[in-house]
Design a protein around this ligand. Structure first.
Ligand SMILES: *[C@@H]1O[C@H](CO)[C@@H](O)[C@H](O)[C@H]1NC(C)=O
Ligand SMILES: *[C@@H]1O[C@H](CO)[C@@H](O)[C@H](O)[C@H]1NC(C)=O
Length: 200
């Protein structure tokens, strides 16, 4: 009886699509500018390719939906966690590229905010609106990770961490999550994206 229930549960979750409503965390709030710059953009451009080891569910779902260009309800959660292999590619001219799902890519253009050196606005080059907004880097060591809080263009506040490596040390993860919580985000709303099945 118990085993049957478990099998049904697994089957249900295997076909479960992304639920954007349930991933909603909080509306955009102001991120004040740091008195001194936090983020070394030259470092980020020199790294070029970033993994996304920690991310809020909404950020992940929205970027994945934009990358796949299909109805979010038809995208399976397990595919996003284990098979998406999403990486971000940063270029000097402000081009931002997401790659994943076996060769898909999405191009965004970004420009820095004039009044905050740690923040930039980004939007898809094709003018669609599924994913875009303003990203504020609020925590980084300019070496192994950077944390950005993102106000999406439809008013949802999300966050994500870029890292040159697919996983982060436990100690770093702990610091980052404490930072996320200090900004008002909740632990129930984040994911650890898995790259162990990826070729990159
Ligand atoms: C954010 O700051 C701007 C200008 O400083 C202000 O107009 C706006 O109401 C603030 N928004 C929130 C959500 O606090
Ligand atoms: C990161 O780089 C910025 C810009 O160069 C710098 O102001 C900041 O102190 C650096 N932070 C760390 C932790 O090295």
């Amino acid at each position: 009886m118990w085993r049957l229930a478990l099998v049904q549960l697994c089957m249900a979750s295997a076909i479960q699509g992304l639920n954007l409503d349930a991933a909603k965390e909080q509306p955009c709030f102001n991120i004040s500018r740091s008195p001194t710059p936090l983020f070394d953009m030259n470092w980020a451009v020199s790294v070029g390719k970033f993994y996304w080891p920690l991310v809020s569910n909404m950020d992940l779902y929205r970027a994945a939906t934009d990358l796949l260009q299909k109805d979010s309800k038809k995208i399976s959660i397990s595919t996003v966690y284990y098979d998406s292999c999403i990486t971000w590619h940063l270029f000097k001219d402000g081009t931002l590229l997401s790659k994943g799902f076996n060769g898909l890519g999405r191009e965004y253009k970004s420009k820095p905010l004039s009044d905050n050196p740690d923040a930039y606005q980004f939007e898809p080059v094709d003018g669609t609106t599924m994913y875009g907004g303003t990203a504020y880097t609020t925590f980084t060591d300019n070496k192994t990770y950077f944390f950005s809080a993102v106000c999406l263009s439809d008013g949802e506040m999300v966050w994500g961490v870029g890292s040159p490596t697919p996983t982060l040390p436990e100690e770093t993860k702990k610091m980052i999550l404490e930072h996320a919580v200090s900004l008002g985000f909740k632990k129930e709303f984040f994911s650890e994206l898995r790259y162990d099945k990826c070729n990159n």
